[in-house]
Design a protein around this ligand. Sequence first.
Ligand SMILES: [Zn+2]
Length: 321
Amino acid sequence: MIVNLNEPFYSYDKLIYDAVSLAQQYDSILKCVTIGKSHDNRDILLLKLGLGKKYMICCAGVHARETINPIVLMRIIEYYAQLYVTHKERRISLKKQLEKPTHLLKAEYETMLYGACIYELLQTFTILFVPLLNPDGYMISLYGFDAIRDKTLKQKCLAMQISNFEWKFNARGIDINRNFPSRLWRQKSADDYAASENETQAFIRLFHQYKSEGFLDFHSRGKSIYYYRGMMSERYNQQQYEIAQRFKEITNYVLVVPEEEVDTGDSGGNTVHYYSEHFNKPALTIETVEEEAEFPLEDKYRMYAFEELKLVIFEFGSMIV
Ligand SMILES: [Zn+2]
């Protein structure tokens, strides 16, 4: 196993190291590339998993303090990749077992079926994973403001007087999830403009580079699903609702009601706003981790999120194919 969900302080460097290791180990179905640089000069990685001609996009780590999902996506990449490459061996081993059944047969059979599903998924789709869109913010959140090497940027962050554990922004103090051009986007200060940030630009380029069938953006807290898009058609929202309803059945997360799509006084400009308005394809925001959890988020949430999201991503594939 390369990605260890029990590893304390999963740093940006470790994530890069693991991504490269995974791409080496599973080179037949996994590619790792850089799609851009953060303002403090860190790579924004894209991991392309699968051989399918269709694409879906999964992203995490947009908000700095939401530190659970990046490692969880990394672990899911490894888990899917492993199921894919071992699928054929397991079929043969099961066939042998059928000749001489033991009490292990049922478990073996279920693993084989699950493996077959993942195999199909990755034959149909190439999943574009961006596990950490905001690496600078993530490092601030885990290690404090000394993680920012550029002195001007560090000063700017410190001047905001926000605890590093509560930090949501990138190294320029901008909330990336309010930086995407969209109909609900609002200017928040005189020098604020949409797509001003490196991270936003990198993700927009990715959106346009691949003709994808759907997009999931993973955030934290609330065990909830944002599916409603007020700027989109009724038909669009009907499909969103059906997908969200299915996710709810799998995870027990709650659906956020349409009135709460954007909080009062808040602006739009989320990743999902941009994606839905430009491509008219499903785009959902999924909030892992219980609402009561405090920042910094405890590592114990990683395992729960892993169990939930590995099913969500798979199910999404089957619904948008
Ligand atoms: Zn968030």
